[in-house]
Structures are given as C-alpha cells and as structure tokens.
Design a protein around this ligand. Sequence first.
Ligand code: CMC
Length: 429
Amino acid sequence: MTDKVAKLSLDGKTYDLPVHSPSLGPDVLDIRKLYGEADVFTFDPGFTSTAACESAITFIDGDKGELLYRGYPIEQLAEKSSYLEVCYLLLYGDLPDSVQLKDFENRVTNHTMVHEQMHYFFRGFRRDAHPMATLVGVVGAMSAFYHDSTDINDPWQREVAAIRMIAKLPTIAAMAYKYSVGQPFVYPKNSLDYAGNFLHMCFSVPAEEYVVNPILSKAMDRIMMLHADHEQNASTSTVRLAGSSGANPFACIAAGIACLWGPAHGGANQACLEMLREIGTVDRIPDYIAKAKDKSSGFRLMGFGHRVYKNFDPRAKVMKESADEVLGLLGIENNPTLQVAKELERIALQDDYFISKKLYPNVDFYSGIILDAMGFPTSMFTPIFAISRTVGWIAQWKEMIAEKNQKIGRPRQLYIGEKNRNYVDLRHR
Ligand code: CMC
C-alpha cells in the first residue's frame, strides 16, 4: 500500500513519512512514527486533514458530490434497493442473494420486540422529554438487559448485538414518541416491512385499524437508506472512539446518538424545518439570506453546507425528488414550507457568498418536509436519523473491533495553559 515517501525537514533533520494511496480519494501521509522519531505532534482541530482509520465501507467524493456504499452509488441504491438490503451490504460488504436477504430480514424481524421490563424505563422520563434524550438513555440501558451480547471479543455476540440494535431502534424510537404524546406503546407487527413497521408503531392506536400507506413506507425506507452511513462523520467517529476503549456496543451506539443530536449534525433536520417555518413566506427569504451572511448574527442556513461536500450532496437531490413525489401523492404539493425551501435553495445557489464557499443543500434540507408531511413532529426527525444511521455506526464499530492492530483512540494536544507553578496556601491568595 505504501508506494511514495514524503519528506519533512525540521531543525536540520529530515524525516521520511510513508504515503499511502487509497483505492479512492487523496493520498494519506502516515505520521504514526512522527512523534517517536521527531518529537513533534500534528495539530488538526476538527480533524479536517486527518484520517483516523482505514475503512472499506463508505466513500464520499466531496468535489464530485458522490457517495458510495461499498462501491455502489447512493442514487442506484435509493432507486433499486431497500433499507434492509443496504444494511446487509454495509455490514457484510456485498449485496445479498435472495436467500441471504430473506435470512437477514428474518433475523432482524425476530428481534424487533424489546424486553418487556424496558417499558418501565420510559415511565421515568418526563412526558415532554425530547425523544433523543430518551433514546440515548434507553439504548445505553440495553447493555443492562442483553448481557449475552456485550462481549466484544466474541464475533457471535458482536453479530447478535448488531442485529438487536438494527431491529430494536425503531421500536424504542416509536415508544419514545408514543410516550411523549400520551398514547400506549404499540408492539411491532412482524408481517410489515422495516419502514412500514416503524410507521405502524408510531401512528397506530389500539382503538382503530391502521393501514400503512405504501407510498409513505417506501419514502421512509428511502430516507433510511440515504442516512445509513456517511464515513467518518462526528457521530461515527464518536462510536469508534468510545468503542476503542473496549466499551460494549450498546454503550458505543448510545454515545453516537448523543453526538448526532447536535444541530450541526443530525439535529439539523429539526432545526431546518423550524427555520423554514419561521421564514414562512417567500418574500421574507432575502432577510434570512442576509442574516446567514452576517457573521455577527450567529445564524446559519440550516440544511446548507457540509464538511466534505463542496458540491451538491447527492442525498439532497434524491430527497428533493422524494419530497415532490410524496407531497404530490398526498395532494399537498402546494405546501408553503416546500415552496419556501425551493425558493431559498434557488436564491442561495445564485448568491456569491454561497457560491464562493461552495455551500449547497445537504440531506437535511428536504428530509424534514417529507417527515412533516408523514405526520411526524420535528422532535422525531433526529431519532429517525438515529434509527437509520445505527447500521452505519455498527458496521464501522465491527470493522474497527475486527482490526488486528486496533488501539485506544487518544489524541494529543497543543497545550497553551500555565507552566509548572507551586501551590499557594489559601491564606496567602
Ligand atoms: N450558512 C451560512 N454560512 C455557512 C454555513 C451555513 N449553513 N455553513 C458554513 N458556512 C460558512 C461559515 O461561516 C464559514 O465561513 P468563513 O470561511 O467565512 O468563516 C464557511 O462557510 C465554512 O464553514 P465551516 O463552519 O468552517 O465549515 P465546517 O466544515 O466546519 O461545517 C457544517 C460544516 C455542516 C457544520 C456547516 O456547514 C453548518 O453549520 N451547516 C448548517 C448545519 C447543517 O445543515 N448540518 C447538517 C450537515 S449534513 C447532515 C449530517 O451529516 O449530520
């Protein structure tokens, strides 16, 4: 893998840094021996230039606006595949044949119920708790129930934990929702597909028959596929870092959920829809564009910009088509929020500020509009992201654990604090 060498000159000495050529993407300087040999660290807050691991799962070309899961373009998967097939692909590396897919679907379906005792956890939360708060707590608490799948050194237990989390996250998120609206929990119905089952657990009530709308379950399945993995983003890196200490998989995924919650990451879908509603009408857009360009306002256009994409986020394109399709089929294509979103996108993409900084709509720009049309409150948007991303977190966690030379993650620092000083007794301060 190493075919080139970079040279670093420092204080009259030269150090060789191996250069690795990945299968896709820019070359990578290997600085692992740098501290030992040259007694220097590298400084890269936000990891803008640092590869923290090797991975064969997902690849993004930010300039082209390309996203590949195991080499397959996201557009092809969104059009032809299904969420559980994508889960299989991310976890095991290749698309399943029909027997493998059926077997995988059965395994996931057999794990959709949660331990009955876990129901009591929910009752400890306030009714107005954000469902993400509930999700972090309950997923972390899975390690208190499923002791037979917490030994990270046992590949079989790792596999069971993976299936359990993929299967149970929709159930737990739906329970968090039901609790927040004061309705009884709805058990999973295993005759439904993954996305349809989630809609059923969120929207059916014991008093009435609920029939899952196939248009909505297809749209939900697509949303899940688009969010399934995104290489080394903040929450995935959090899962890897938590896992690097040997923590159990449920605790690691709970850490990922906590990181996802922030408005710069998974919380952006909620923040984006709230922003679009606040704008309200097309004539108010210029004020918001001006505010987003004014650094002192502290305001950003939510659903715009990305650390890696310096072109259209390919997921946003699919999401926009989906928004048109779903709202059209529901007969609400004149939805004012969608009109504001489209006009905001049009104006921003012609504006020098956004052009020069290569700021394009990201996946969160249109997803909230679809979820809103389905009947979800904004507080459920990020939990739905968390359900979808769970497979990506697990695939990355499993990849890390299986690596032979895996080490605990432990960044260094550029210390800018006080030098050594002597303790002064309280009386003399
Ligand atoms: N509105 C206005 N200006 C922006 C925006 C925005 N949404 N995003 C970035 N900028 C400006 C920023 O002020 C900076 O300007 P300057 O160079 O003059 O200081 C420049 O663009 C680069 O921004 P950055 O913050 O250094 O870029 P980053 O890579 O650290 O941040 C980001 C990426 C996604 C956090 C950021 O674009 C942002 O805050 N976007 C809004 C939140 C959002 O939609 N997040 C969802 C991301 S996609 C889903 C996911 O993966 O979770």
